[in-house]
Write a protein of this length. Structure first.
Length: 775
C-alpha cells in the first residue's frame, strides 16, 4: 500500500497522536480539504507536544528573557549571551528521556549529539557539555528503614542497566566528538525507575558578528542537505516523546535514533568552514521531526516557503517514501540555504570533509512547505499551519498536595544520639550525595585544554575563554523531591542553587536555560505543578537578575500511570572576568579560618522540623518524607551571591563551597577530601536538635576558608550586604571534628570518610552491601 492510498481513520489519527478536534483543525487550515497521508505525518510531528509546546506555551511566556547581555533568547536553536570583547556564548539544555529509557546507550548518545548541533548551528564552536541525570534506586535498601518507595531487585537491576548504558552513551559521544564534559548532577529517586531523565547541556563560543540563524530568505536560493544519509531510524521520534510509556514501549525501539560522533565532528568542522565562506544564508539542524521541522521552521522564520524534492535526498535505505524521509530522525544532518550562484563554494567545503552536500530544493515566495516526490506534489502546507497556528491548550489546573505528612511523624526521634559520625558516613555513601567518580571518570574533561574546574572538583564547571583573561562557569541543579512537596518553592531553589554554585567559583551569573521534566499534562494537578514551577523560576530569575535564554519541556514522563516528581533542571552560566581568580571548594591549607556565610538566620524549632523532612537525612537515614522544602529569601540569596563574588574578586578567601544536600556536615567533609585538609569547628545549636544543625539543608549558606588576618575585612564586606559571617573554627590536617555546643558529635579521619564517599556508587553497581545501618 502506498501512502497516497492510506485511509485516515480514527485509529490512524490515534496512532499519529492526533485528536478528532485537531484533525478538524488541520482540514480547516488546509482550506477544507483532507490532508494526504504524508501531510498527516507532517502535522503529527509538528503538532506533537515535543515540537509544538502546545500545553506549555501559555505558561512559558511568563519567564523573564531579557537583559542587556541577551543577544538571542528563546525561539532559536540556542540562547546567546554577550560576554564582552566581541565574543558571545551560545548554550542550551534539552531532554532525551524517552529514547534513553527504551535504548539507554543510543538514547544518551543522540541526546548529546542533538544538543551539540543546536550549538554549532548558531555558528558557535562547542567548548563544554554537562548532563543532569535521574535514575531509579541502585540499592534496594537505604539507611535504617526501607525508603518510602522501596525498590525491588528487578527494579534495581534494570536501573543499573539504564544508568550504565546512559553514562556509556554520553561518554562515547562526547569523547569521540572531542568536547570536555564538565560534570553536572546524577540523582536517584524511586519515581525515576520507569522514567529516567537524561538532560544534556552544551555551551559554545562565537564571535558576535558571526552568529547564524535558522532563517531562510531569497526566492530562488538553493536549499542544501548536508551530512549523513537518511534512514528509517527515529521515524515518529517526536511523537514517541509526547506520550507516556506502556507495556508496549519495547516495540518503540526502532523510534530511537542512532548516532555517529565521528561523523558529527566532521559535520561541525564543515559547517563552521562553510559559514566562513559567506555563501550560507541560514542553517538548521535536523533534530526532532527531522527534515519536516527544519524545512517549515526555516521558511516560517523568513516569511518564505521551501520546496523540497524527495528524490534528491541522500538515502541509506532503499524504497523509502516521502512520509518516511520527512519524518526520519536520522542523526548528523543539517539543512542550509545558500546564495544562488555560490552553491559550489558550499559543495567544495563538504567534499573536503567527505560529507554529502546535495541541493534538494529551493526557496519559494509562497510561504508554504511544498514537497515533491517523483515530480508530484505530496504535501503543500502553509508554514504557519505547522508553527504559529498549531494548537495552544490552556489545560485545566488543580491544586494538589502530596500525600505526605506536613508535621514530623511521632515515631521519628531526633536529638538523642551523642555521636553522629556513623550517620555522616551513611549520608556520604547515599546515592544523591556520594561521589559520582564512576560516572565522570568515563568522560574526557580536559580535551581542548581550556578546563579550569572539571567534574568532581568544583561547585560548577569552569573553562577559560582562550585569548582572554575571562572564564565561563556553569552549573546544573534541580531537586525533584522538593518540587514534589512544593513546586514553586522547589523551582526557586533550583535557580538559586545553580546560581550559587556558579557564584562560588567567582563568576557572576549572566544567563540560564531550563529543562522542565513533568508527567502527563492532561492531568490537572500536573499542569498545576508546571504552572507553579514556572512561577517559581520566574520569581527567582527576576530577583537574581538572570534571564532565561531558552530550554526544553519534556512532558509525559509517566509509565503505567506512575509519574515522576516534577523536575525542573536549571543550567546557569556565569562570567568570571579574571580566570586566575577562579575559586575551588576544598580547604587548601591548615590553620585557616572556617567561616559560614549565611543570608538568613536559622528558623525556630518548628520551622526546622518541618523543613528537615525534605532533607537527604530524612530520606536516607530515617526512611521518611514529610514537611516542606527549606524557606528561601531571594533578596538575601541575591546579596549572598554578590558578596561571595566580591570576596573572591578581592582575594580575601581561599575556598568557597555551597552548603546544600546533606547540610553543613556534608559540606565540611567534602571540602576536606581533595587535599586531606579537614577542620575543627564548634557550632551553636540555637536550641535545635543536633541533626538539624549538622544535616539540615537551610538555604543561602556558603562555607569559606581564609587567612585569619582577613577575618575583619570579610565581616566588614558581609555587613555591607547585610549577611552574616560566622567563624566556625579552623582547618587542620587529616581529621574532621565537629562540636555542637562544645560537645563532640562527629570525629573521623578524612581518609575514612573519603573512602566511604568515593566507593559508594561503584559498590552499589557491583551489588555490594551498603554500610551497616545506624543504631
Amino acid at each position: 500500500m502506498t501512502t497516497a492510498t492510506v485511509a485516515i481513520t480514527p485509529k490512524v489519527l490515534r496512532d499519529h497522536g492526533l485528536t478528532l478536534d485537531e484533525y478538524d483543525r488541520i482540514k480547516a487550515l488546509l482550506g477544507g480539504r483532507e490532508p494526504s497521508f504524508t501531510e498527516l505525518g507532517i502535522f503529527s510531528v509538528m503538532w506533537s507536544e515535543h515540537c509544538s509546546y502546545k500545553s506549555s506555551r501559555v505558561h512559558l511566556r511568563r519567564l523573564p528573557t531579557h537583559s542587556r547581555r541577551v543577544l538571542q533568547g528563546p525561539g532559536e536553536n540556542a540562547g546567546i549571551i554577550d560576554i564582552g570583547d566581541g565574543w558571545a556564548c551560545a548554550f542550551k539544555i534539552e531532554s532525551h528521556n524517552h529514547p534513553s529509557f527504551i535504548e539507554p546507550f543510543q538514547g544518551a548518545t543522540t541526546g548529546v549529539g542533538g544538543i551539540l548541533r543546536d550549538i554549532f548551528t548558531m555558528g558557535a564552536r562547542p567548548v563544554a557539555v554537562m548532563d543532569s541525570l535521574r535514575f531509579g534506586p541502585v540499592q534496594d535498601r537505604v539507611g535504617r528503614a526501607p525508603s518510602p518507595a522501596k525498590a525491588s531487585q528487578e527494579d534495581v537491576h534494570r536501573n543499573h542497566s539504564i544508568l550504565e548504558g546512559v553514562v556509556s552513551g554520553i561518554a562515547s559521544y562526547g569523547n569521540c566528538f572531542g568536547v570536555p564534559n564538565l560534570g553536572g548532577e546524577t540523582k536517584v529517586e524511586a519515581c525515576y525507575s520507569g522514567n529516567p531523565l537524561v538532560n544534556a547541556f552544551a555551551l559554545g563560543l562565537v564571535r558576535k558578528d558571526q552568529i547564524f540563524y535558522a532563517k531562510a530568505s531569497g526566492e530562488g536560493n538553493p536549499v542544501i542537505y548536508v551530512g549523513a544519509k537518511t534512514g528509517r531510524d527515529g521515524i515518529h521520534g517526536a511523537t514517541m516523546a509526547s506520550e507516556e510509556f506502556s507495556e508496549a514501549s519495547e516495540a518503540k525501539r526502532p523510534n530511537v535514533q542512532v548516532g555517529d560522533p565521528f561523523l558529527e565532528k566532521l559535520l561541525l568542522e564543515a559547517c563552521l568552514e562553510a559559514m566562513q565562506t559567506g555563501a550560507v544564508i541560514g542553517i538548521q539542524d535536523m533534530g526532532a521531526a527531522g527534515l519536516t521541522c527544519s524545512t517549515c521552521e526555516m521558511g516560517a522564520r523568513g516569511g518564505v516557503g521551501l520546496e523540497i524534492e524527495m528524490d534528491r535526498v541522500p538515502q541509506r535505505e532503499t524504497g523509502m517514501n516521502a512520509y518516511e524521509i520527512l519524518l526520519s530522525e536520522s542523526q548528523e544532518r543539517m539543512l542550509l540555504v545558500a546564495q544562488k550562484g555560490r552553491e559550489e563554494e558550499v559543495f567544495k567545503v563538504f567534499r573536503k570533509w567527505g560529507l554529502d552536500a546535495v541541493e534538494v530544493g529551493r526557496v519559494i515566495g509562497k510561504p508554504h512547505m511544498r514537497v515533491l516526490e517523483h515530480g508530484a506534489v505530496v504535501a503543500d502546507i502553509p508554514n504557519t499551519a505547522l508553527t504559529d497556528d498549531a494548537p495552544v491548550y490552556r489545560r485545566p489546573l488543580k491544586r494538589w498536595d502530596p500525600p505526605v505528612a506536613r508535621e514530623t511523624p511521632e515515631h521519628v526521634q531526633l536529638g538523642e544520639k551523642a555521636d553522629l559520625t556513623h550517620n555522616l558516613k551513611q549520608l556520604l555513601a547515599s546515592a544523591n550525595i556520594c561521589s559520582k567518580r564512576w560516572v565522570y571518570q568515563q568522560y574526557d574533561s580536559m580535551v581542548q585544554t581550556n578546563t579550569v574546574e572539571g567534574p568532581g572538583i568544583g561547585d560548577g564547571g569552569v573553562i577559560r575563554v582562550k585569548g582572554s583573561q575571562r572564564a565561563l562557569s556553569m552549573a546544573l541543579d534541580g531537586n525533584g523531591r522538593w518540587c514534589y512537596l512544593d513546586p514553586k518553592l522547589g523551582a526557586m531553589h533550583a535557580v538559586a542553587e545553580a546560581a550559587r554554585n556558579v557564584a562560588c567559583t567567582g563568576a557572576t551569573p549572566v544567563g540560564a536555560t531550563n529543562c522542565l521534566n513533568f508527567a502527563n499534562p492532561e492531568k490537572p494537578h500536573i499542569m498545576w505543578q508546571f504552572s507553579q514551577t514556572i512561577d517559581g523560576i520566574t520569581k527567582a530569575c527576576e530577583e537574581l537578575e538572570i534571564p532565561i535564554t531558552g530550554g526544553n519541556v519534556s512532558f509525559y514522563n509517566e509509565t503505567l500511570g506512575e509519574g515522576i516528581y516534577p523536575t525542573p533542571v536549571l543550567g546557569v552560566v556565569g562570567l568570571l572576568e579574571d580566570v586566575s581568580k577562579a575559586t575551588f571548594p576544598h580547604f587548601r591549607k591548615s590553620e585557616r579560618s572556617v567561616v559560614l556565610l549565611r543570608g538568613s538566620e536559622p528558623g525556630d524549632a518548628t520551622d526546622a522540623e518541618v523543613e528537615f523532612g525534605s532533607s537527604e537525612y530524612a530520606k536516607e537515614i530515617l526512611g521518611e518524607l514529610w514537611g516542606f522544602p527549606p524557606a528561601l529569601e531571594l533578596e538575601k540569596e541575591a546579596a549572598l551571591q554578590k558578596s561571595i563574588v566580591e570576596l573572591i574578586s578581592s582575594g580575601l578567601i581561599q575556598s568557597a563551597h555551597d552548603c546544600s544536600e546533606g547540610g553543613l556536615a556534608v559540606a565540611l567533609a567534602k571540602a576536606a577530601f581533595s587535599k586531606g585538609i579537614g577542620c575543627q569547628v564548634d557550632l551553636s545549636s540555637h536550641g535545635l536538635a543536633t541533626e538539624f544543625v549538622l544535616f539540615g539543608e537551610d538555604a543561602g549558606r556558603i562555607v569559606i576558608s581564609c587567612d585569619p588576618a582577613n577575618l575583619a575585612r570579610i565581616k566588614q564586606l558581609a555587613a555591607k550586604y547585610d549577611i552574616s559571617a560566622d567563624l566556625l573554627g579552623q582547618t587542620v590536617i587529616g581529621t574532621i571534628e565537629i562540636k555542637v555546643d562544645e560537645r563532640v558529635v562527629v570525629s573521623a579521619k578524612i581518609a575514612e570518610l573519603r573512602d566511604v564517599y568515593e566507593s559508594a556508587l561503584e559498590r552499589a553497581l557491583r551489588s555490594e552491601p551498603a554500610p551497616a545501618a545506624a543504631d
